[in-house]
Design a protein around this ligand. Structure first.
Ligand SMILES: C[S@@+](CC[C@H](N)C(=O)[O-])C[C@H]1O[C@@H](n2cnc3c(N)ncnc32)[C@H](O)[C@@H]1O
Length: 287
């Protein structure tokens, strides 16, 4: 090992090494799909990505979404009533391309081998609440030793549409027999899964889903015995979102969701969900 590599690793530098590989390798950059779909420059994609409570970004339109500008995320939430499932799902639509930029930026240095390594050859994987489908996209591009059958699920919104567009293209370009079923959650309709899965993930989403117990029960019915469930379910203490019905209900239902999960699964990896301020990532095995 040379003098540069050692201090990087000593600094817990896996993330640093990932960043350097992304920077100097010829891998696809995190903003390339955004630039193509929304006709923005890499610099604009970088400006539109970071999280901030006070930002009022000028979000570009696409063939599937209108421009959104001059409002904070909270103002968009407050621009209509948000009581019913339909009104809550409409928020994701009202955000236009916001979440596509935000989540691609947020995951810009992430690898998803932790999910990929739990999916068997010819296995079925479902990315629930997928948004721009960061995990499925990463797997379709990086996992070459297995054929995987993808299902993505989200409400009807631009984030989902962009995610499906890029995943279909990635699958097509892989030249391999990967498959995709893109499902949509509709208000006041039964939840959409039909098949049995080897692995389902719900990442960065339970915290804003208004009916998390129903969703977790639904995905559990669709994971085979011995299959894996990956989740994150952050404990939120943000005064801004305390009064937003979906965020509030997500926190109220959190203890019941984990009672249910503990009864149906064994925890394989990750922190105890009762850890104060939990923001961890867990893998559960279905009993
Ligand atoms: C913060 S994003 C996370 C997206 C993706 N999992 C990621 O890690 O980038 C939350 C996603 O949850 C989706 N979502 C919200 N309510 C949902 C519901 N009831 N069912 C399915 N997806 C939902 C949103 O549309 C959004 O795409």
């Amino acid at each position: 090992m040379n003098n540069i590599t050692v201090p990087l690793i000593e600094k817990g530098g896996k993330a640093v090494l990932n960043k350097l590989c992304n920077l100097f390798g010829n891998k696809r950059k995190w903003y390339e799909d955004l630039c193509e779909y929304y006709g923005v420059t890499p610099r604009q994609a970088k400006e539109l990505g970071p999280r901030s409570a006070t930002r009022k970004p000028e979000l570009p339109a696409s063939s599937t979404a209108n421009t959104v500008s001059g409002m904070t995320m909270a103002e968009i939430w407050e621009s209509r009533p948000r009581n019913t499932a339909e009104e809550i799902y409409q928020w994701q639509k009202d955000l236009g391309s916001w979440s596509a930029f935000r989540q691609c930026y947020y995951h810009r240095s992430d690898r998803f081998d932790w999910v990929a390594n739990t999916i068997p050859a010819d296995g079925k994987y479902c990315e629930y609440a997928c948004g721009s489908a960061p995990i499925s996209n990463w797997i379709a591009e990086n996992v070459k030793d297995r054929v995987i059958h993808f299902t993505t699920v989200d409400v009807d919104c631009e984030h989902r549409t962009f995610g499906e567009w890029r995943l279909r293209r990635r699958i097509e370009r892989s030249g391999r027999p990967l498959t995709l079923q893109a499902l949509i959650v509709r208000p006041d309709a039964p939840l959409p899964l039909k098949d049995q899965y080897d692995v389902i993930s719900i990442i960065e989403a339970l915290v804003l889903i208004h009916n998390p117990l129903e969703v977790v029960q639904h995905v559990t019915e669709h994971i085979r015995k011995g299959g894996k469930f990956w989740e994150t379910y952050t404990v939120m203490d943000d005064p801004r979102t305390k009064n937003w019905i979906s965020f509030r209900q997500a926190q109220e239902q959190r203890p019941a969701v984990f009672d249910y999960i503990r009864a149906k699964y064994k925890l394989l990896k990750g922190p105890d969900p009762d850890t104060p301020k939990d923001a961890g990532r867990r893998c559960w095995e279905k009993l």
